[in-house]
Design a protein around this ligand. Structure first.
Ligand SMILES: Nc1ncnc2c1ncn2[C@@H]1O[C@H](COP(=O)(O)OP(=O)(O)OP(=O)(O)O)[C@@H](O)[C@H]1O
Ligand SMILES: [Mg+2]
Length: 262
């Protein structure tokens, strides 16, 4: 079963339609299977965030289709999508004045009517989500006072409380120390929800992703298992870096060692 299908997407930032030097997402085709953890890698400015925005029905593509479980997302309401897709972004929401618990409870909003209060079920899901990210006891803290890494985990908890079919994450490990980077990715993997995540740390991508797509200048240039995709040639051609690649001594995925000598 497929959770997400992007076929032949094209998207251009507004106002740059006919300028040849500007960024364009071109002919992007990508799939996430149900329960699959798919990574999107590529250099700064290559189009990861732009592609993810198309996938969660924020940017409407000029051409191509975004399908969630065989439904074209642009033929569905934004509420329909919010009930099924949870998003964790690079920037934190402006949650000034809200407590952690209130931020996580926002994940329940798409499932409720306009004037519904929190049900027992809603409250249980919020508590469980905070436990899942190791922030039990933080419910009453003001979101604004948390550290970057704690905020990131609260936003993941909000996504979990949403009970989505598809998780979309834009550099979810950005603010996290090594322990929480590993913990967050392990948690996501255990959820077995179809997940599409942009990840800059290629060793983390290699360790956790079932498959990877590589994007460069708005074009998907490679896809496959981490072992198939992460080659010395690809890292040189796409990222412009030199690396040694071997198999991780303790696991069946590649290990990248950067070559930093001048
Ligand atoms: N709304 C917009 N208006 C103008 N330019 C945009 C817009 N959105 C994206 N771009 C441009 O498109 C290109 C791709 O941006 P995008 O944010 O998708 O890259 P990215 O791969 O996520 O990069 P990073 O790794 O730095 O997060 C960039 O050159 C960016 O400036
Ligand atoms: Mg980005």
């Amino acid at each position: 079963m497929t959770a997400l299908t992007l076929s032949h997407l094209a998207w251009t930032p507004l106002g740059h339609g006919h300028c040849h030097h500007q960024f364009q997402l071109r002919d992007a085709t990508l799939q996430v299977g149900a329960g699959e953890f798919v990574g999107l890698i590529g250099p700064n400015g290559s189009g990861k965030t732009s592609l993810l925005r198309c996938a969660y029905r924020f940017s409407q593509p000029e051409a191509g289709e975004v399908k969630l479980d065989h439904h074209n997302v642009w033929k569905q309401s934004s509420r329909w999508c919010a009930q099924r897709i949870a998003v964790v972004l690079q920037e934190f929401p402006d949650a000034f004045g809200l407590t952690v618990q209130e931020v996580v409870a926002m994940g329940r909003t798409p499932h409720k009517g306009l004037f519904d209060g929190d049900s027992h079920e809603d409250r249980r899901l919020v508590i469980e989500a905070l436990e899942a990210v190791g922030l039990q006891g933080f419910g009453d803290h003001a979101f604004a006072t948390l550290s970057g890494g704690e905020k990131q985990r609260v936003i993941l908890a909000r996504a979990l409380a949403q009970q989505p079919q598809l998780l979309i994450l834009d550099e979810p490990t950005n603010h996290l120390d090594p322990r929480y980077q590993l913990q967050l990715l392990q948690l996501i993997k255990r959820l077995r929800i179809g997940t599409l995540a942009s990840i800059h740390d290629l060793n983390l991508a290699a360790a956790f992703c079932d498959r990877l797509y590589v994007i460069d200048h708005g074009h998907i240039v490679a896809s496959g298992t981490p072992k198939e995709v992460l080659t010395v040639t690809l890292l040189r051609d796409v990222f412009g870096v030199q690396a040694l690649i071997d198999e991780h001594p303790l696991a069946a995925h590649p290990r990248i060692t950067w070559i930093t000598q001048p």
